[in-house]
Design a protein around this ligand. Structure first.
Ligand SMILES: Cc1ncc(COP(=O)(O)O)c(C=O)c1O
Length: 391
């Protein structure tokens, strides 16, 4: 029997969220992820909040690859990597990822959350210092929390190179300096100043870590992510990313780094030492997603065209969207309840664009986050604009 005190605490929280209009709805989708999905009890809606940036979640070759994976290797590894859970398809995928993102080697994980929780406690030592952008993703924040208590940790202001340089100047006594940033910031839709970050890291001999979960498949002519966008492909020390967005959308993540760093992660990283490996279905389908992009980069051009059309359309309707090349467009509302109300109104109009409120974003900075996909047709974009016009 759960304690009455605990049950009451849960009830109070849910009641608070309900009465303040902050309770998140969980829509039940009854079709593959694609621009138009079927929602239980509601019918068809246009999805503007999936991370399905290249529309590969229901690509026939990606689906077929997943089927091939389950046929060749069964449902799963039934083991962690170092015992008997390393399959040939893991090694094949890791070679593909490393080639695609421009690192010497890579290691796959069941999620990028796991990858970020593996990275920092495994590679950062007690005499190091971590300098992390204030708007970095929650998985980076939690990953840094797992690092030794003795390790120094500082937050620098969002994309503020002066603040970062001040902190680097003050960190001369530490063994290894780590600068940690999202490539594309998931709630703001802006990009890190990568060339300047690389320059600063070279100047202060710091290691640069970029989580490119929202950049991979999206930025750069060939979809290789933030480094390609800035013509810095192959120049970032450590890149993490997800397979759960543009690369097929199933699940899974990776760390790309030097061969030596990957060996240390394999030997010492707790998430892969104590938890099962990526299912073969995903190793196959994500690997196929990479092949699809490599064979047909026009899919990335289509995404870039759609992003430009979408941003222009919203601006014409009077929405203030900060210019950015990314596929994430936050529409700032401010008040939490108001953002969720507007999102609910869009839903009535047949458009799924979720309102984000605390604790996902800071209090008072609630927003509707629109995400663009290459799979959207002009008709879909027009339908979205019609709904936004009614907001
Ligand atoms: C920047 C960033 N890093 C990591 C993650 C976690 O990815 P995954 O779903 O693979 O755990 C996300 C997902 O939202 C993200 O936006």
């Amino acid at each position: 029997m759960p304690s009455a005190l605990f049950e009451n605490r849960c009830t109070d929280l849910i009641n608070d969220l309900t009465s303040s209009g902050q309770l998140k709805p969980f829509y039940q989708i009854e079709s593959p992820m694609r621009p138009i999905v079927n929602i239980d009890g509601h019918g068809e809606v246009l999805v503007l909040c999936a991370n399905n940036y290249l529309g590969l979640a229901d690509h026939p070759e990606v689906i077929q690859a997943g089927i091939d994976g389950i046929r060749d290797y069964g449902a799963g590894t039934a083991s962690v990597r170092f015992i008997c859970g390393t399959l040939k398809c893991h090694r094949d995928l890791e070679k593909k990822i490393a080639g695609f993102i421009g690192t010497e080697a890579s290691l796959s994980y069941v999620s990028c959350w796991n990858a970020n929780e593996a990275l920092f406690p495994t590679l950062c030592g007690p005499d190091d210092v971590l300098l992390s952008d204030e708007l970095n993703h929650a998985s980076i924040i939690d990953g840094c929390r797992l690092v030794s208590k003795k390790t120094a940790k500082h937050i620098y202001k969002h994309n503020d190179l002066n603040d970062l340089e001040d902190k680097l100047k003050q960190s001369g006594d530490y063994q290894c300096r780590w600068v940690i940033t999202d490539g594309v910031f998931s709630m703001e839709g802006d990009v890190c100043p990568l060339p300047e970050l690389i320059e600063l890291c070279e100047k202060y001999e710091a290691m640069l870590v970029v989580d490119d979960s929202h950049g991979i498949g999206v930025l750069g002519k060939r979809g290789r992510g933030t480094p390609e966008h800035f013509d810095k492909f192959g120049q970032v020390d450590v890149i993490t990313g997800t397979l759960g967005k543009s690369l097929g959308g199933a699940a899974g993540g990776y760390i790309g780094a030097s061969q030596k760093a990957i060996e240390v992660l394999e030997q010492r990283g707790r998430p892969s030492l104590f938890s099962n490996a990526l299912p073969a279905t995903v190793a196959y389908s994500a690997g196929k997603a990479i092949e699809v992009i490599e064979n047909d980069p026009s899919i990335v051009t289509r995404l870039h065209d759609n992003v430009a059309k979408f941003r222009e359309g919203l601006a014409n309707l009077g929405f203030q969207c900060t210019p950015s090349p990314t596929a994430i467009i936050p529409i700032m509302i401010g008040d939490e309840a108001e953002a969720l109300k507007k999102s609910a109104r869009l839903f009535e109009l047949g458009v799924l664009a979720i309102g984000f409120a605390f604790p996902v974003v800071p209090r008072g900075e609630a927003r509707i986050r629109v995400q663009v996909s290459a799979a959207l047709t002009d008709e879909h974009i027009q339908r979205a604009m019609d709904a936004f016009a009614k907001l």
